[in-house]
Design a binder for this molecule. Structure first.
Ligand SMILES: NC(=O)C1=CN([C@@H]2O[C@H](COP(=O)(O)OP(=O)(O)OC[C@H]3O[C@@H](n4cnc5c(N)ncnc54)[C@H](OP(=O)(O)O)[C@@H]3O)[C@@H](O)[C@H]2O)C=CC1
Ligand SMILES: O=C(O)CCC(=O)C(=O)O
Length: 429
């Protein structure tokens, strides 16, 4: 664990599952591998800017609540800060800081000209009306008005947010500065300059990464048995695309439980069912009910955690039966679990590679916006696929060259590029 961290330990989270401490540990490993200067390591171990704002919100019943909203800007050496905004009850400053750091390495790994940031508000969005969520989002944006902008920091959706929240941010920002600024966010609706393909992009990137990893093992997606934790933007899109590519998605879960079918679930039917049941999949016909923890230990070829951090831990890692774990979520496998999987020869496709399809299409949205030329979905998907496949092969090459696991390989590429830029900009010898 890094001793130079300036972040407060706001909650008594044990170091082995604190997302920020884990992110720092991976950074340290990469720094050792790259023989990085101690000053560069200390610089990259801390976010450049941490903003916490109070968000007073009048609820529909008249009660006033004050929420804490965070935006953590980790590094802007390669370009504007970039990263999603999360609405989830478990959000903490250290979690947001970890996610911001991951964004820096992810963008560098994918070769897109961004730094890393993340935002979050600790609310369960399901407990708030649409009107309340709009008031929260607009106030959060107003409080951050000087910290965001198309050349400064560009938010996007993450857990609990979507194109709807991005439109509210874009509108609030635009009204504050006096003219329309679509480039202040990505992942926005098509009507205000969003990109085709963004909604499915993260799930598509997951499907592409899994497909490439299987190809390296001499297999294809056809008939492969997949279990997916999380059925939201990422898990839902990955499930559909894998199903369409011929994989058998045998199990899926959400926060309220999961479903399992030995011969594979009918994913379009499951999506229609969830849409009619306030996103719950429990009770889906022709499937057995399973718990979230049962899903993680099912016999399958590919396990895709696509929800929260710290889902595969020291406690359950020995029961994981998949031969590939594809991290669609950010940080779903703890440090210790990661080591245990590696020792058993399980391929872990790291988050900063596997879920990068979202930020890649965010970048393509930004490029389209800057050039005022909008592409069809086929072109967006093609350009995204090229960047994903390139990054995948760079990670494999780096892993073989240095004889290191895929996560460390991905980190050495991402961290190494940022460190090189720091040095080229004259900050370090
Ligand atoms: N959106 C994006 O473009 C990107 C997202 N990611 C990462 O992907 C992950 C998922 O994000 P996203 O799909 O956008 O989020 P969503 O809010 O769209 O969906 C989250 C899903 O996870 C489920 N879930 C929540 N808690 C649990 C739990 N304890 N066990 C099992 N399932 C649970 C939710 O179920 P319920 O509806 O019941 O709450 C829902 O199905 C996050 O780690 C995020 O950081 C990474 C890159 C880009
Ligand atoms: O699309 C983006 O800009 C960021 C997506 C994100 O938050 C992530 O990749 O974790």
């Amino acid at each position: 664990m890094i001793s130079t961290s300036l972040l407060p330990l706001e909650t008594p989270t044990p170091a082995h599952i604190c997302p920020f401490d884990q992110a720092c540990s991976y950074l340290e490993q990469a720094a050792r591998e790259l023989k990085l200067d101690q000053g560069i390591l200390a610089t990259l171990s801390n976010p450049r800017k941490v903003v916490t704002v109070s968000i007073p919100v009048k609820r529909d019943d008249g009660e006033v609540q004050v929420l804490a909203g965070h935006r953590v800007q980790h590094c802007d050496i390669l370009g504007p800060y970039k990263g999603g905004i999360r609405y989830h009850q478990a959000v903490t400053l250290r979690e947001v800081s970890a996610l911001a750091m991951l964004m820096t390495w992810k963008c560098a790994l994918l070769g897109i000209p961004y730094g890393g940031a993340k935002g979050g508000i600790a609310i369960n969005p399901k407990s708030y009306s649409v009107g309340e969520l709009e008031r929260i989002t607009r106030r959060y944006t107003s409080e951050l008005i000087k910290d965001i902008g198309p050349a400064v920091d560009i938010p996007a959706p993450d857990m609990g947010t979507s194109a709807r929240e991005m439109a509210w941010i874009m509108d609030t920002y635009s009204v504050n500065v006096g003219h329309a600024v679509p480039g202040v966010v990505t992942g926005k609706p098509l009507s205000i300059g969003g990109s085709r393909g963004r909604e499915m992009a993260t799930g598509r990137g997951v499907m592409i990464t899994v497909r490439e990893a299987l190809a390296d093992l001499g297999k294809s997606l056809a008939g492969v048995r997949v279990a997916i934790q999380g059925f939201g933007n990422v898990g839902g899109a990955a499930a559909l695309l894998l199903h369409q590519a011929g994989a058998k998605v045998i199990a899926v879960s959400t926060g309220t439980g999961g479903v399992f079918a030995q011969d594979g679930l009918d994913i379009p039917a499951l999506q229609a069912y969830a849409a009619h049941n306030r996103r719950s999949i429990v009770g889906f016909p022709q499937a057995e009910s399973i718990t979230n923890s049962e899903l993680l230990t099912l016999p399958c070829d590919v396990l895709i955690p696509a929800a929260l951090e710290n889902q595969i831990t020291e406690e359950n890692v020995h029961q994981v039966q998949a031969t590939i774990v594809a991290e669609a979520a950010n940080g779903p496998v703890t440090l210790q679990a990661n080591q245990a999987l590696a020792a058993r020869g399980v391929t872990v496709l790291p988050d900063i590679l596997t879920n990068a399809g979202g930020v890649v299409v965010s970048y393509l949205e930004w490029v389209q916006g800057l050039s005022y030329v909008f592409w069809d979905e086929e072109r967006v998907n093609r350009e995204m696929e090229q960047l994903m496949v390139r990054a995948y092969h760079q990670v494999i090459e780096q892993s073989q060259l240095r004889q290191i696991p895929l996560r460390l390989a991905a980190y050495t590429l991402g961290v190494g590029r940022v460190a090189q830029a720091l040095s080229d900009r004259g900050l370090y010898p």
